[in-house]
Design a protein around this ligand. Structure first.
Ligand SMILES: *Cc1c(COP(=O)(O)O)cnc(C)c1O
Length: 412
């Protein structure tokens, strides 16, 4: 699936044998499939062909320049959450008028940077931020376009750490405060309210919470219209889930059909901010078994990929499918797959049935393309992994493996 397939018992990434790549580039190793990224983007974007829309890929899911460049070439806009992500988006040639800027804590310097670049709009998450943007736009003698991120108070039925659209979450403004913010904007000279935004969470496996949120937003839109506040953009955020294990998330077409139906008579340009659904299953992480060991209750596979490389299992208890790179046909055993880091939370999988593996064999960790490398760190002074982009039978190094010199480069 997704261009990661076995041929005669050997795992291939498109037309490249993974074992050969691991030998040449070392492990832990991220491998992305260009064909998969392009296919996912096209499938998502075309699901909304019936609507005037713009697909702004969420850069934080995977911000490697090779990935961003490929998506920009497919026509993607970008959803950014920092000045660093703006820098990356501009670097690969994304038109500023296709960039939207989200996030609760934009710094003054980042707001200035975005205004200088001429981005499409800011998704504003508080009145204090609105006033800050107004002040900076005034200094720069310009007018900033804003949407308010409305927190619709719906339960996305996902992991609490990645649910964002409930009252208890730090994100956005509830509808009452949003209303006040729109009214306030009308009295400020350097901000203009052009849209409405929401992003209720990530890894959603049903479209119902999206539709529930959309209904609330549409009611609010009508209320605003009645008050003479007219907007042009409706941003529905990202959050569509993927299959890590047994989940059966809706296909983008189902999502597209439902939104198209609900929005067919609404004269707004729709913005979508998918991240995980584009890149999640377009990447794998390859790791080598360093040691095996057993105690009376457990078998451990100690591998060279750790929580600093892929933190999702440690952070959210996430499931990632794991298998052998070279199928060995042995009987299975129950293992904890753990990394070398000095934390008991350093694991990639717990109590997992895997064919018996010996030292030196390699494992593939699937669905590592989103929130994998972008969440990596140097904890335990481990240089970050290498990232490869495979396109058919060509391989390019999307990011070199870090060296020890890289680790200390900024230290005095
Ligand atoms: C993280 C994020 C997204 C992307 O979420 P996915 O679940 O990866 O699709 C989109 N919009 C905002 C504001 C985000 O914070």
């Amino acid at each position: 699936m997704n261009h990661f397939e076995y041929r005669n018992g050997s795992l291939f990434a498109e037309d490249m044998r993974v074992t050969a790549l691991a030998k040449e580039y070392g492990t832990p190793l991220y491998i992305y499939s260009a064909a998969t990224i392009k296919r996912h983007f096209k499938a998502f974007d075309s699901a909304f062909d019936g609507l005037d829309h713009m697909t702004c890929y969420s850069v934080k899911a995977n911000s490697n320049l090779s990935v961003l460049k490929m998506l920009a070439e497919q026509g993607a806009g970008m959803d950014i959450v920092s000045g660093g992500e703006l820098y990356r988006a501009l670097k690969v040639g994304v038109a500023p008028e296709k960039i939207v800027y989200s996030g609760v804590g934009k710094r003054s310097s980042e707001i200035r940077q975005a205004l200088e670049a001429g981005i499409l709009l800011f998704n504003v998450e508080s009145v204090a931020e609105l006033l800050k943007i107004n002040e900076i736009a005034k200094e720069m003698d310009t007018i900033a376009k804003v949407s308010f991120r409305v927190n619709p108070d719906v339960d996305p039925q996902t992991h609490p750490y990645i649910s964002t659209g409930m009252q208890k979450n730090k994100f956005g403004l509830d509808i009452q405060h949003s209303l006040e913010a729109y009214k306030m904007t009308a009295d400020l000279d350097h901000v203009e309210a052009v849209g409405m935004d929401c992003h209720i969470g990530s890894q959603l496996t049903s479209i119902d919470p999206f539709l529930e949120a959309l209904e609330k937003l549409l009611d609010f839109y009508k209320e605003l219209k009645g008050l003479g506040i007219d907007i042009q953009y409706l941003d529905l955020g990202g959050g569509l889930g993927i299959s890590y294990d047994e989940e059966e998330p809706p296909h983008p077409n189902e999502f597209g059909r439902a939104l198209t139906y609900m929005l067919k008579d609404v004269p707004l340009k729709v913005i979508l901010e998918p991240g995980r659904v584009i890149v999640g299953n377009a990447g794998i992480m390859v790791t080598e078994v360093l040691y095996t060991k057993s105690n009376p209750t457990k078998n451990f596979l100690i591998v060279d990929g750790a929580m600093n490389d892929l933190v999702r299992p440690s952070l959210y208890g996430s499931y990632h499918r794991i298998a052998e790179v070279e199928q060995n046909g042995r009987n299975t055993e129950e293992y904890d797959v753990v990394g070398p880091i000095c934390e008991s939370s350093d694991f990639l999988a717990r109590e997992r049935e895997l064919p018996r593996v010996v030292d030196g064999e390699r494992l593939v960790v699937y669905s590592a393309g989103a929130y994998g490398f972008t969440m990596s760190s140097n904890y335990n002074s481990r240089p970050r992994a290498c990232e490869l982009m495979v396109d058919g039978d060509t391989v390019s190094v999307a990011r070199k493996r870090e060296t020890y010199e890289d680790l200390i480069e900024n230290e005095l």
